[in-house]
Design a binder for this molecule. Structure first.
Ligand code: ZN
Length: 204
């Protein structure tokens, strides 16, 4: 897909994942941005910078927006979804804890692998995400388990930030995150919709 104009992300949207990182279950959506410069396609390498500690995969369901949304209702947001992509929200976990903002922890170059978009109208309550590292399943989550359902998240974002066609909303990662190392191959799949598979290398 073309690089999104902006990428909005939800943190801590699955109870078991909030717990595994020692975080409270949020009462309002935790939203952050990833820069479009972090996007890579399936097959391109995730480059791990040296000296910044642990860097994790996070398999996530991504929704591509098809219509402009400003202060939109959840129903209008659901109707404005154009397609689905598999996304890996690569995260520098130690920096995420030590930096007051997540621009760097979530924003390094190559930290946003995105699979090919399949256009269509998904049942937003029936999507699934699976993450595999070197062929071994590490994460499996369903959108029905999310603390904040997808349409509500998009509506919440649109109260503050107008979403444009081609923008991407990624909806949080289920439990099972873990570190990446050079030589790994990491794959995120949204069954029936999209897949993104990337080798991992040390940044030059
Ligand atoms: Zn994430």
């Amino acid at each position: 897909m073309p690089t999104p104009g902006k990428i909005l992300c939800v943190g801590r949207n699955y109870r078991e994942h909030a717990k595994e990182l020692g975080n409270e279950v949020p009462t309002t959506p935790v939203i952050f941005l990833k820069p479009p410069s972090s996007v890579i396609a399936s097959g391109e390498a995730i480059a791990l910078p040296a000296g910044i500690g642990r860097i994790d995969y996070e398999g996530e369901i991504g929704l591509v927006i098809g219509q402009r949304l400003t202060k939109a209702s959840p129903a209008a947001c659901a109707a404005a979804v154009r397609g689905v992509v598999a996304v890996n929200d690569v995260s520098a976990r130690d920096l995420q804890k030590s930096d007051p903002q997540w621009w760097r922890a979530k924003g390094y170059d190559t930290f946003c692998p995105i699979g090919d978009e399949r256009q269509g109208t998904p049942d937003l309550a029936a999507l699934e995400v699976i993450t595999r590292v070197n062929g071994e399943e590490r994460q499996r989550g369903r959108s029905a388990e999310m603390i904040f359902p997808i349409a509500e998240v998009i509506s919440f974002i649109s109260q503050a930030v107008t979403l444009e066609p081609g923008d991407l909303v990624i909806t949080g990662t289920p439990a099972g995150v873990g570190p990446l190392a050079p030589g790994d191959v990491v794959e995120v799949e949204i069954p029936g919709w999209s897949r993104v598979r990337n080798p991992v290398v040390a940044a030059g």
